[in-house]
Design a protein around this ligand. Structure first.
Ligand code: AMP
Length: 355
C-alpha cells in the first residue's frame, strides 16, 4: 500500500486546504480519502463579504450607508478597538487566513479579575483574543437594572490592554438590534428552571446576543465563566443544537480573598451587604466533600438555606442539580452542582459549586 499525501488548494479564496491521501488497495481498487484539515467553519459555503450590509442593524439605513472608518491601524502589538460588526468579521477572517485561532470572551463590561481570568484562558487556547463589551438590553427584564448596570469604558479598555487582548469589540448601544428585529434564539428546556424561571426572557436575550456575537466574531473558541453555570450550560446546548463551529471552554469562578464570587454587580453592595453576601459561598462550602455515600439532597439544601438566612439574605433559589439536565436531584453525588440565587438588599447575587 502506498500513501501519497498532498495539499490541494481548492477554492478561489485559497482558504480551504485538504489533505488528500491516495491509497492503492490490494485489488487495484483506488480509494481517495479527503480529510478536512480545518475547522467546521470552513466547510460551510462562504458568503460574499459585503461590508455595507453586514450587521450593525440600525446603525445607518442601507441606502446611505457609508463604510465605517477603518480601524486605527497602529503598532502590531497594540490593542484595536472596533465598533462595527463588519470590522470584526473582517479582522477575524484575516486571522483565519493567516492560520490563527480566534478566541472570544463576551462580557457586559465593568471588568474585574474574573473576566480577565477568562481572557487568560482564551489566550492559552487561541492565537488572538477578542473581548466584546456590550450591556445587552434583551437579557434584562423591564424591572431589572439595565439602565443602572455599571459601565466604565475607559477602565475596561485599560484592563483589556494590560491583559494583552488583541481586539475589543465595543458595539454602539443602538447598533446591535434593528428597531424591528424579530428573530431570536430560544432554548426551551434548560432555561425553564433556576434563573430562567425567575427572569423570564433572560436566556432568550442571552442566546440571541451570543449567537449574534458568534456570527460577527466567528471565533474558534469562546470562554464562559462557571459563575453563570446555567448560562454556560445553555450556550453549550445552543452550540450543539445549532451547529455553531465554536468550542466552548468554561473557566472556574474567581473569588475575592474572603470567598465572595467576583461580579460587576458587587459594586451595588453597601459595606454591610458586602459582609452578608459572604453567605452564598459559605453555604456552598458548608456542603464539604461529597463522598461515595450519595447523601439525600434535601437536608443539604436545608443546611444551605439556614446559612443564607443567618446572613440576612433572602433566598431566590437553593438547589442541587444534575449538571447536564439542570434538574434537581434527590440524592447527591460528585459532579452534581449546588446553586444559590439570593437577594442581598436589592441586589440579586448568584453563586454555585460543583460538588
Ligand atoms: P458578565 O460581564 O457578567 O456578562 O460576564 C461575562 C463573563 O464573565 C461570563 O461568562 C461570566 O460567567 C464570566 N464571569 C463573571 N464573573 C466571573 C468570575 N467571578 N469568575 C470567572 N468568570 C466570571
Amino acid at each position: 500500500m502506498s500513501v501519497a499525501p498532498c495539499v490541494i488548494v481548492i477554492d478561489r479564496w485559497k482558504r480551504k486546504r485538504y489533505n488528500s491521501k491516495i491509497i492503492f488497495g490490494k485489488a487495484s481498487r483506488m480509494k481517495i480519502m479527503v480529510k478536512h484539515q480545518q475547522s467546521e467553519r470552513e466547510r460551510q459555503p462562504e458568503k460574499k463579504f459585503v461590508l455595507r450590509k453586514q450587521g450593525d442593524a440600525g446603525r445607518q439605513p442601507a441606502h446611505s450607508a457609508k463604510p465605517p472608518p477603518a480601524p486605527e491601524k497602529k503598532d502590531k502589538e497594540e490593542m484595536q478597538v472596533m465598533h462595527f460588526a463588519c470590522e470584526l468579521t473582517e479582522w477575524s477572517r484575516a486571522q483565519h487566513r493567516e492560520g490563527k485561532k480566534v478566541g472570544f470572551v463576551p462580557t457586559m463590561g465593568y471588568l474585574h479579575a474574573g473576566h480577565l481570568s477568562l481572557v487568560e484562558e482564551a489566550k492559552k487556547n487561541a492565537d488572538v483574543v477578542c473581548v466584546s463589551i456590550f450591556v445587552n438590553p434583551t437579557q434584562f427584564g423591564p424591572e431589572e437594572d439595565f439602565e443602572k448596570y455599571p459601565r466604565n469604558e475607559e477602565q475596561d479598555l485599560q484592563l483589556c490592554r494590560s491583559a494583552g487582548v488583541d481586539v475589543v469589540y465595543l458595539p454602539r448601544p443602538d447598533s446591535m438590534y434593528a428597531s424591528d428585529a424579530s428573530v431570536y434564539v430560544f432554548e426551551n428546556k434548560l432555561q425553564n428552571g433556576l434563573c430562567g424561571a425567575r427572569r423570564p426572557g433572560h436566556f432568550r436575550g442571552v442566546c440571541t446576543i451570543v449567537a449574534k456575537l458568534f456570527n460577527i466574531v466567528q471565533p474558534d473558541i469562546a470562554v464562559f465563566g462557571q459563575k453563570d453555570f446555567q448560562q454556560a450550560t445553555i450556550i453549550r446546548r445552543m452550540i450543539r443544537d445549532l451547529n455553531f463551529p465554536v468550542e466552548i471552554i468554561t473557566a472556574p469562578t474567581l473569588r475575592e480573598a474572603d470567598g465572595l464570587a467576583m461580579s460587576s454587580r458587587n459594586v451595588y453592595l453597601s459595606p454591610e451587604e458586602r459582609q452578608a453576601a459572604l453567605g452564598l459561598n459559605r453555604a456552598l462550602m458548608s456542603l464539604g466533600t461529597i463522598g461515595a455515600g450519595h447523601p439525600e439532597a434535601e437536608p443539604l439544601i436545608e443546611q444551605m438555606r439556614s446559612i443564607i438566612t443567618q446572613h440576612g439574605l433572602v433566598e431566590d433559589y437553593v438547589v442541587i442539580v444534575d449538571p447536564d439536565t439542570l434538574k434537581p436531584v434527590s440524592t447527591v453525588q460528585q459532579g452534581h452542582v449546588a446553586l444559590i440565587a439570593a437577594f442581598c438588599g436589592k441586589t440579586r447575587l448568584i453563586d454555585n459549586r460543583i460538588l
